[in-house]
Design a protein around this ligand. Structure first.
Ligand code: PGA
Length: 253
């Protein structure tokens, strides 16, 4: 088991601006202590409107901020989209890209998601590139084929950044495990992460790859999740809304 991990809190649209600010102000010292422990990397991903005020609160801290999405365009007539330049100016170090909820509700294709990853890397930030199969694809045994399609663009894109030696997080989140309370078996996660590990190291060894697992991670299953040797961190939705849960997850060794 690794001794330090990345903990990515994807707050989705669950907290309002005031709730996000109150979560951080109430737990400020304890959050800093969690990041010191090990040391771990804690990345809070609130909704866009909370990024700037939180960046002010967290500016001298060891807590990172991440956005939940960005536009695939740099600037222009794109009503309602989040500019990568502004996300950078607001102090984001990470951007979640291609979350299954955006693939489903916003019809994001692998091509669009790869363009977004390009914007993130071009602005020296770290993409958290989400991939994962649906329940049907899992049952049909096509997980690796689906992941291969989702990741192909990223592997090609990585070549463009070979002299930058960027860090890229790949978050494996089976769609059927997100928000359902069903965690994938360790055998399945290990198989998938080993496959990703092999591919990434063969196709783009110059990247600092971080392999993340997400999908119903909680204090009840963290012992099994942390036992997966290749896992560098966790992407958490529901459980990241409770500081007590987050603390139990980080503290489990
Ligand atoms: P969950 O969400 O932890 O609530 O399953 C994870 C995610 O959507 O990233």
């Amino acid at each position: 088991m690794k001794t330090s991990h990345l903990y990515i809190a994807n707050w989705k649209m669950s907290f309002s601006l005031n709730e996000a600010l109150s979560f951080v102000s109430k737990n400020y010292e304890a959050l800093l202590a969690l990041a010191k422990h090990a040391p771990n990397q804690i990345i809070l991903c609130p909704s866009t409107e909370a990024l700037y005020p939180l960046s002010q609160v967290l500016k001298d801290s060891n807590i990172n901020l991440g956005a939940q999405d960005c536009s695939e365009h740099t600037r222009g007539a794109f009503t309602g989209q989040n500019s990568i330049v502004s996300l950078q100016q607001m102090g984001c170090s990470h951007v979640i890209i291609g979350h299954s909820e955006r693939r489903t509700h916003n019809n994001e294709t692998n091509d669009i998601i790869t363009h977004k990853a390009d914007k993130v890397l071009d602005h020296n930030m770290t993409p958290i590139f989400c991939v994962g199969e649906t329940a049907e694809e899992y049952i049909n045994g096509t997980t690796l084929e689906i992941l291969n399609n989702q990741l192909q663009g990223l592997f090609d894109l990585a070549q463009k950044y070979q002299y930058h030696k960027p860090t890229i997080c790949i978050a494996y989140e089976p769609v059927w495990a997100i928000g359902t309370g069903k965690v994938s078996s360790n055998d399945h996660i290990e198989l998938v992460l080993s496959w990703i590990h092999e591919k990434t190291h063969k196709l783009a060894p110059f990247v600092k790859w971080k392999l993340i697992y997400g999908g119903s991670v909680s204090s009840e299953n963290i012992s099994t999740c942390k036992a997966i040797p290749l896992v560098d961190g966790f992407l958490m939705g529901r459980t990241s809304l409770s500081f007590q849960e987050l603390e139990k997850i980080v503290h489990y060794t």
